[in-house]
Write a protein that binds this ligand. Structure first.
Ligand SMILES: Nc1ncnc2c1ncn2[C@@H]1O[C@H](COP(=O)(O)OP(=O)(O)OP(=O)(O)O)[C@@H](O)[C@H]1O
Ligand SMILES: [Mg+2]
Length: 466
């Protein structure tokens, strides 16, 4: 509501007095002059002056009445407007959902609504004797003073801020408010008013949320820890299996070493046995001794290199490295060669492309060895005639593919899907059923590759893609 009423002030009063004075002066001067020019009898002039005086009083009274009643009307209208505005303001402050309070610049409470009163638990009128600092816990005083000095007074309003109030019964509760400033006609700060909201519920929800979040974080952390522990345990178990598989291979390798060493040891012992008879027949020339030493050294170097091969194979791979697939396959072949030779198994290596891959070279050799070892077992149990393994190495779509096929008759269809399962074996107590499971783990989990098997016309065909 916006009503334009001019405020009756000192200027209006002066205006009335001014009009009255001018009229009086003009009356005295003009009426006396006019009377003097028309009438010359002094006795008559005196009599008429008396009537003139009465007339003056009547006219000025009417004039004064007119002027003052206009003045009174204006102030009555103004009072009406102020009353209306007050009523409107009260209506508004009572109908808003939040608490309202206004204070003077010392903080003394001037006006408030019902919500404000009931929020603080005071009886009607009691609050007029209080200041807003009386209702605020001590710890907020300096902070709020700073807000008034730095925001409300220079700018006319504050940001929304949070603090606490104390109820009449002493309980403390959180509130949120924004303070506004009113200036008087001379521009001096005169009143501050604020819309205040009780945020107890919101704080409770926030606290609960924070508590729940913390609980959730704790659960998450302990869950993460448990998952980590479980993963570690699984890894350790996998490592144990890997080791078991290698130890099993080692048992087999020992018999391979025996095969590999038999022939060179034989020739060394033969050479050594010949020494006394050569000596007897005077044939121990310097050349003979030199040749003997060279031959013996060659054999010993060969023996030592087989030991190196085996010990290298049993060294665990610590971290991923770039290695040649062909070298890793060749190492596996070298390790099993003696026992293949012993059992007359032919092995053909067909390297179309070599490839350098990232991973664990010894684990890769272990996979090839497991497959070759299974082929050897299949040949022996099935008594294959002309047993033969063909290893082909090539590159497909930038990845290395090694296929290992045998002619041992293949894997029965009923079990071909199970051969990579842990502990699956058809070899009774001789087999542990770890070989292919471990091979799959190494290729697919440790090197992000793929391993699979199918039967061809003559036997099983494994392929390893990394
Ligand atoms: N080349 C193959 N020809 C026929 N059967 C095979 C061949 N390779 C694997 N198999 C079958 O797959 C099964 C699982 O092989 P895997 O290497 O996992 O275990 P295992 O050889 O029985 O025992 P180990 O743990 O000692 O290696 C074998 O028992 C065998 O029946
Ligand atoms: Mg096996």
């Amino acid at each position: 509501m916006n009503i334009n009423i001019k405020k009756p002030d000192r200027y209006t009063v002066l205006k009335i007095i001014g009009v009255y004075a001018i009229f009086s002066c003009l009356w005295i001067y003009l009426s006396d002059t006019a009377l003097g020019s028309v009438i010359s009898d002094p006795a008559l002039i005196t009599r008429i002056s008396v009537y003139k005086g009465f007339l003056f009083v009547i006219i000025t009274s009417v004039l004064l009445y007119q002027l003052s009643s206009r003045y009174l009307l204006e102030s009555r209208q103004l009072k009406e407007v102020i009353k209306n505005k007050d009523q409107l303001f009260n209506l508004l402050s009572e109908s808003i959902m939040d608490a309202y309070v206004s204070v003077d610049m010392t903080g003394k409470i001037l006006q408030y609504n019902e919500i404000y009163r009931s929020m603080l638990g005071y009886e009607a009128e009691e609050l007029y004797s209080k200041t807003y600092t009386d209702l605020t816990p001590e710890k907020w005083h300096s902070k709020e003073r700073k807000i008034v000095e730095e925001q409300v007074i220079p700018r006319g309003y504050s940001e929304i801020y949070e603090k606490e109030y104390v109820r009449k019964d002493g309980t403390v509760f959180p509130i949120e408010l924004r303070t506004q400033l009113v200036r008087d006609d001379e521009g001096k700060p005169s009143i501050m008013w604020a819309i205040i909201r009780d945020i107890t519920e919101r704080k409770q929800v926030q606290d609960e949320l924070a508590f729940k979040t913390q609980q959730l974080e704790e659960v998450n952390q302990s869950l993460e820890k448990r998952v980590e522990e479980a993963i570690l345990e699984i890894r350790q178990r996998d490592q144990a299996l890997l080791l078991q598989n290698r130890l099993a291979a080692m048992g087999e390798m020992l018999s391979n070493i025996a095969h590999q060493w038999r022939q060179p040891l034989n020739s060394l012992s033969l050479h050594t046995q010949l020494l006394p008879s050569e000596f007897k027949h005077g044939g121990l020339s310097k050349e003979y001794i030199d040749k003997y030493v060279d031959d013996a050294m060659l054999i010993i170097e060969h023996l030592s290199s087989t030991i190196d091969d085996f010990s290298f194979f049993f060294r665990p791979d610590k971290e991923k490295v770039a290695f040649s697939v062909q070298h890793s396959v060749a190492r596996a072949i070298k390790l099993i060669k003696a026992s293949y030779d012993y059992n007359n198994i032919e092995i053909v290596m067909n390297c179309i492309d070599d490839h350098i891959i990232q991973g664990y070279p010894n684990e890769y050799s272990q996979v090839i060895l497991n497959i070759l070892s299974n082929a050897k077992d299949a040949f022996l149990t099935r008594k294959t005639v002309n047993p033969k393994v063909i290893i082909t190495m090539k590159v497909e779509d930038g990845r290395s593919v090694v296929t290992i096929s045998d002619n041992a008759g293949g894997i029965p269809d009923e079990i071909i899907n199970k051969v990579f399962e842990p502990l699956f074996t058809t070899k009774g107590p001789q087999g542990s059923g770890i070989g292919l499971f471990m091979s799959k783990y190494i290729i697919e989990r440790n090197m992000n590759g793929l391993i699979n098997v199918r039967n061809n016309e003559v036997g099983a065909e494994f392929w390893v893609k990394v």
